[in-house]
Design a protein around this ligand. Structure first.
Ligand code: ATP
Ligand code: MG
Length: 409
């Protein structure tokens, strides 16, 4: 991609209502553009990052036998009356044709339970896990902090169905491990901790995945020994580390990037979802649900990975692999060569000052910056600099592609 052609350019000024680092940097670098409070447009750079996050999640969900589906964003209100959740404050209500009452789904238990019920009758049909990556709508009281708390946002939601609690517990642990793998691949594994939260009526705990960061909205109590935490909501009933019993928990700020929950039979009872066991007995289905917010994850990454001049993308979710800057009219040949070797490159081909190009590269935050100029050629090649490092080096043209491939593998 040539930067001169890219839809969405960097801006020197910060949006006056950008209330967080991620809103400020992502808007300034033209990854996102605010529509209304808590609702954003994704521009080409932003959509690339979001898609990479989604694809990492998708791969890990597929590995644990999740089957991808896509459920509708709107649903008849009756389904929400059936479960008693039609009074939830975050529900957006709509009127359809003939005055029918509809809602925009903030989550999909009310859709997925009756859907799966249409195909699952016997113990032979279980276990089953389906997921989607879709837009959710929540009329949040305080939409804020850029992508961290939207009213329209992206969620991956996985739902699992089991013959009994033992099988639910088995699968729940598998999902937990898959979640750690996902955060690791995205590049926030170091800061993301398992957090014990309230389990609702049916289970002792649910688990959140909380990413430690100073701008985080949640307070969690972290065990310095185990690096697991307890959510503020349950700290009065759980004052020690659930793993090692330590009472030295430390209050820290964090952002919830995932939440897994044993629903048990809450929704299967509401929709009368039974199966017949091997003896032909009628049994209730056990369920789990597992949420993760790709858009919130994207915002959280920026909160964690930035400096004074811009974003520093982790390599697996960067919008491009290479930010190529051409000076003195150079760069086109190298750009074509990189494209021919399948290197994912954005080429700043504009006729503007070197300083302005460098500043934009820092703001956008692609992991590797290459500069080709008369000076770099006099020094024997192309300047290679990591966004995360201060120093640059000169690489001979013949060694460039292998160096790039090595970095990304
Ligand atoms: P929170 O406590 O932060 O309001 P939640 O517990 O209601 O979130 P879940 O229903 O568990 O969230 O949703 C699953 C995941 O979706 C969350 O872990 C988070 O990553 C993401 N998510 C939830 N609400 C929002 C939102 N308003 N904007 C962006 N992402 C969100
Ligand atoms: Mg939650």
């Amino acid at each position: 991609m040539k930067y001169s052609q890219l839809f969405g350019k960097t801006s020197k000024t910060v949006a006056s209502d950008a209330d967080s680092i991620n809103a400020k940097l992502l808007t300034q670098a033209a990854f996102i553009q605010k529509q209304i409070s808590g609702v954003y447009n994704y521009l080409p750079l932003g959509l690339r990052v979001l898609t990479k996050i989604q694809n990492i999640i998708r791969e890990e969900m597929n590995k644990i036998d999740g089957q991808e589906i896509l459920m509708p964003a709107m649903t008849q209100e009756e389904s929400w009356i059936t479960t008693g959740r039609n009074t939830m404050e975050v529900l957006f209500h709509l009127k359809g044709q003939g005055d029918t009452n509809l809602v925009l789904n903030p989550t999909h238990e009310e859709v997925v339970t009756p859907l799966v019920q249409k195909y699952v009758f016997s113990y032979r049909d279980l276990p089953l896990a389906v997921y989607q990556i879709q837009t959710k709508f929540r009329n949040e009281a305080r939409a804020k902090s850029g992508l961290l708390r939207g009213r329209e946002f992206n969620m991956k939601d996985l739902y699992s169905f089991h013959i009994d609690e033992t099988d639910l517990n088995r699968y729940y642990e598998i999902v937990k491990q898959a979640y750690f793998k996902i955060y690791e691949r995205i590049g926030i594994g170091q800061e993301t901790v398992l957090t014990f939260a309230s389990g609702g009526n049916f289970s002792q705990f649910s688990h959140e995945f909380q990413t430690l960061n100073e701008g985080g909205e949640d307070t969690i109590y972290l065990c310095p020994i185990c690096r697991v935490a307890v959510n503020k909501e349950i700290i009065d009933t759980q004052k020690t580390c659930p793993e090692c019993g330590s009472d030295k928990l430390e209050a820290v700020k964090a952002t919830e990037v995932g939440n897994i929950f044993k629903l048990r039979t809450k929704f299967s009872e509401a929709f009368k979802f039974y199966y017949s066991d091997s003896q032909g007995q009628k049994k209730i289905v056990e369920m789990g649900c597992y949420g993760m917010g790709p858009s919130r994850v994207m915002g959280t990454v920026v909160e964690l990975r930035h400096d004074d001049v811009g974003i520093i993308w982790p390599k697996n979710i960067a919008p491009y692999q290479i930010h190529l800057i051409g000076l003195d009219g150079l760069g086109e040949d190298l750009y074509q060569e990189l494209l021919s070797k399948n290197v994912d490159v954005i080429f700043d081909d504009r006729e503007i000052s070197a300083g302005a190009k460098f500043a934009d590269a820092d703001l956008i935050g692609i992991p590797i910056r290459l500069v080709i100029s008369q000076r770099s050629q006099e020094k024997g090649g192309i300047e290679f600099k990591l966004r995360s490092e201060k120093e640059s080096e000169i690489i001979e043209a013949k060694d460039l592609v292998s160096k790039i491939i090595k970095f990304y593998n």
